[in-house]
Design a protein around this ligand. Structure first.
Ligand code: CA
Ligand code: CA
Length: 505
């Protein structure tokens, strides 16, 4: 089910694009606690230390928790995950609000904690309810969705904290990917601080020492740190020190997806900035769901491995497009064809398998195509439908497929492009409208550097298959928010695109 990761990306992209349009005006041992005489898992400066005081580097995987819509039993996979894959941590995705949407409780968190901590693994319990937003004073209902209030989340977290406070291998992650919602970056960092202060305060009132993992804002991505330390891109950078001054044993966490495409320099700066403040940082989610994610994971490993930044893969069961195995039913990690040397791992699965064994050589510098499926012969693979887009097999310029953006409303599609700095590229495309468009459909590529956007649109209006191209050179600095986009502003016509190429010259 792509819903939870991919729809998030789609929503985010659409939002960002609409803002851009308005700007442009074109439109384990011991089930219940620590071994006698040993220390506890805790935070020491920028490091996490184990019961013996040795540095502990998280190497984890995200797994199904209570009310999660994917149903594979997590407790039963402890042998596969810990003994075979050699993950030392699981991050348990709990989604209590989905009980209101008819999602059944198919997992039991106590059974999961018992199964994994018995093997010595860390169990991070996370709450997914306010992804992309914050809990407010009252519950919020939007359509079939009911978002909990802050006080309801306090009650939920106190219950978890009471149940697991004596097991230092259970960590708490109060909000998955909080904010921004309707907040500005500047207002979001304040909301991030106050909400975390309330939730962490509630947990600490009953569980004084379990490690607490705090996700960055902006869907956990810290805006890809595109504007750097002096901005509010990262709530951890802006407000982490203030939280640390009130609470011990805090670990901060970033999720790395599209915002971090080609982001090695930015990620290195991000980690250094946070560590200079004396704060520990881990990667709470990483994975490969599209072409550009290869570049993200490549950059992540390049910085994380030599610097002992912990990392947690998304996700175990392969119910979405983030697959650890290939040629399997779902792409799940449990579908390995050997428990010792599997040959059916995906690129992402292979890197994670080796990383868990300490045999991953970095940097990887994997070649990533600037664009995937530009001829649409793979249907909509790697493309995000922002509105009105579909795979068209009746009208096409070449092959058997094109992309159609329906008439009746404005609409568009896009994908995360992967461009290198200081290189010349050529973008070419074919486009056709059902009738001459009153406002041009823009098919182009854009990125930002230091908050300044560069955009190369190809403008189509013709009712016949038109060819357009543009050649451009990228700046000699790391770009953020790279998107190849198609946006049809004229609601009265249909637009088809085909044969899109983006090549390094
Ligand atoms: Ca899958
Ligand atoms: Ca085609």
């Amino acid at each position: 089910m792509n819903l939870y990761r991919v729809n998030r990306n789609t929503f985010y992209l659409l939002l960002a694009f609409m803002i851009a349009l308005s700007t442009l005006a074109f439109g384990f041992p011991g089930l219940s606690g620590k071994a006698l005489g040993a220390g506890t898992f805790s935070v020491s400066g920028t490091k996490i230390v184990d019961r013996n005081g040795a540095e502990f580097v998280v190497k984890g995987v995200n797994v199904n928790g209570e009310y999660w819509p994917w149903t594979r039993n997590t407790a039963n996979d402890a042998g596969l995950i810990v003994d075979n894959w050699k993950f030392n941590t699981i991050r348990v995705n709990m989604y209590p609000r989905l009980a209101y949407n008819g999602v059944a409780k198919t997992q039991d968190i106590s059974a999961i904690v018992n199964a994994y901590t018995a093997k010595g693994a860390i169990v991070i319990i996370e709450n997914h309810d306010v992804t992309g937003r914050y809990p407010e004073a009252s519950p919020v209902t939007e359509g079939s969705d009911r978002y909990p209030s802050l006080s309801e989340m306090v009650t939920w977290w106190k219950d978890m904290a009471v149940r697991f406070k004596d097991n230092d291998r259970v960590w708490f992650n109060p909000m998955n990917e909080p904010g921004i919602g309707t907040y500005s970056l500047a207002d979001s960092v304040n909301k991030w601080y106050s909400t975390n202060d309330t939730l962490i305060g509630a947990i600490r009132s009953v569980a004084p020492s379990n490690i607490i993992v705090v996700d960055d804002h902006d869907y956990g991505q810290g805006n890809g740190f595109v504007n750097g330390a002096s901005s509010n891109d990262s709530a951890i950078v802006s407000k982490g020190t203030q939280l640390k001054s009130k609470y011990t044993n805090l670990v901060f966490s970033v999720h790395m997806y599209e915002k971090w495409t080609s982001g090695e320099t930015r990620f290195n700066n991000y980690v250094n900035t946070i560590r200079t403040k004396g704060l520990p940082i881990i990667v709470g989610e990483y994975g490969v769901g599209n072409n550009a994610d290869v570049s993200v994971v490549d950059s992540m490993f390049a910085v994380a491995v030599p610097n002992n930044v912990g990392r947690i893969a998304w996700a175990w069961t392969g119910d979405d497009i983030f697959d650890l195995t290939t040629g399997t039913t779902q792409g799940g990690g449990y579908e390995i064809n050997s428990t010792t040397s599997p040959t059916n791992l995906s690129w992402f699965g292979d890197k994670t398998w080796k990383d868990n064994r300490g045999t991953l050589s970095v940097p990887l510098y994997t070649w990533v195509a600037p664009l995937d499926n530009g001829d649409f012969e793979g249907g909509l693979r790697n493309w995000n439908n922002w509105s009105g887009s579909s795979d068209d097999t009746s009208l096409k310029y070449a092959g058997y497929h094109s992309l159609k953006i329906a008439s009746g409303s404005a609409g568009g599609a896009g994908q995360f492009a992967v461009l290198k700095k200081n290189k010349t590229y050529k973008l070419t495309a074919r486009g056709k409208h059902s009738a001459t468009a009153s406002t041009a459909t823009a098919l182009g590529i854009k990125w930002t550097v230091g908050g300044v956007e560069t955009n190369y649109p190809l403008n189509f209006t013709s009712s016949s298959w038109d060819y357009k191209e543009v050649t451009f050179t990228t700046p000699n600095s790391e770009m953020g928010d790279m998107i190849l986009y198609i946006w049809k502003a004229d609601s009265g016509v249909q637009f088809n695109a085909d044969n899109i190429t983006l090549t390094e010259q």
